[in-house]
Ligand binder design. Structure first.
Ligand code: 48N
Length: 309
């Protein structure tokens, strides 16, 4: 027989007094976990949910208005950078801005919507560090599902106390100013909700927000509505004469080129991943991801060099 449940309405909150016989106590609340058709939850007021989200999200926005590093793009390159940087320098305030609701970029799938992920050695050492299992095929390894890599690195990055990720948020411009030597330097990012950033043609005057940081890592990929964002912005801002434009597929040329080419392309702006192939005119590699992991880690090494110089 289902236990009797009495509800006592009080000014601030309502508690459910549950029949002691079946109640489990949890955080001082008697909560009944009864899977026979009478599962109960501790009472909540709707406004408590709103306030729990608002307080935390807008405190984060306030606190991260000044960050140490902003990473644009939470694809395989951006997340690999965030992981290495966040682990190496837990004192740095690292803020990831990701335009999609779902972070991960192109690393939820392998190629042509197939799910296994190919990673060429020695990049499998990064998978070992992340404890991502794989099948060893000799010169390369295969992760059974790309989402196993992406969900693993995402969970580790988001668990780091110094890392904040704002997804569904787009970088729609860069803060560019002259430094004391008269050189153009990137000093932050201009942000907006992605749905706003994609609708400036439908509604005018939806001004953005800003986040300042001495180091920006841009890893916005090469496709999608905002692919190669910073590289394209550098051209339109007169900081780059023209895009190199990604060249045809050549796995053996492209992956070392992307990793070794990852660098500070203008003061304050480190470019990584497939965005760099658009900037430099490097070949693409298609459905192999070791170059993205290595490029992200190299971007972190470049950021550390800046902070330690
Ligand atoms: O996965 P991507 O697109 O980029 P990478 O460089 O991390 O990895 C590239 C990789 O997935 C490949 O393309 C593979 C190896 N194929 C190569 C080939 O030859 O075809 O992630 C970029 C992320 C995405 O999640 C975007 O949503 C995000 O960046 N993004 C942005 N986020 C915020 N503001 C922006 N302006 C912006 N633009 C892109």
């Amino acid at each position: 027989m289902a236990p009797s449940v009495s509800v006592i309405a009080q000014p601030e909150h309502t508690t459910i007094q549950l029949a002691k016989s079946n109640a489990n106590s949890q955080n001082g609340q008697d909560v009944l976990e009864d899977y026979t058709g009478n599962y109960q939850f501790a009472h909540i007021e709707e406004a408590q949910v709103s306030r729990a989200m608002i307080k935390r999200y807008f405190n984060t926005m306030y606190e991260r208005a000044v960050s140490d590093v902003v990473i644009i793009g939470a694809g395989s390159a951006g997340l690999s950078c965030a992981y290495h940087l966040g682990k190496t320098r837990p004192d740095l305030k690292i803020t990831i801005i990701e335009a999609n609701v779902a972070p991960g970029g192109g690393a939820w799938l392998g190629g042509q919507l197939m799910t296994p992920m190919v990673v060429r050695k020695p990049a499998n050492r990064f998978l070992d560090e992340l404890n991502v299992p794989y099948e060893d095929e000799g010169p390369f390894v295969v992760v059974k599902h790309a989402a196993l890599f992406t969900s693993t690195i995402l969970s580790k990055v988001l668990a780091m106390p110094n890392i904040v990720m704002m997804n569904a948020t787009a970088v729609e411009d860069l803060i560019i100013r002259e430094d004391f030597q008269g050189k153009q330097r990137v000093a932050g990012v201009v942000t907006n909700w992605t749905l706003v950033a994609l609708n400036h043609d439908t509604q005018s005057c939806m001004d953005p927000n800003v986040i300042t940081a001495p180091v920006i890592v841009t890893a916005t990929g090469h496709d999608g509505p905002m692919g190669a964002f910073s590289a394209k912005r550098m051209v339109s801002a007169g900081l780059l004469k023209e895009l190199g434009n990604m060249r045809g597929l050549d796995m053996n040329r492209s992956e070392p080129a992307i990793v070794n080419g990852t660098r500070e392309v203008i003061p304050g702006l480190i470019m990584a991943g497939m965005e760099l192939s658009e900037h430099d005119g490097a070949n693409r590699m298609g459905p192999t991801f070791g170059g993205m992991m290595g490029s992200g880690i190299k971007a972190a090494v470049e950021a550390l060099r800046i902070f330690e110089s």
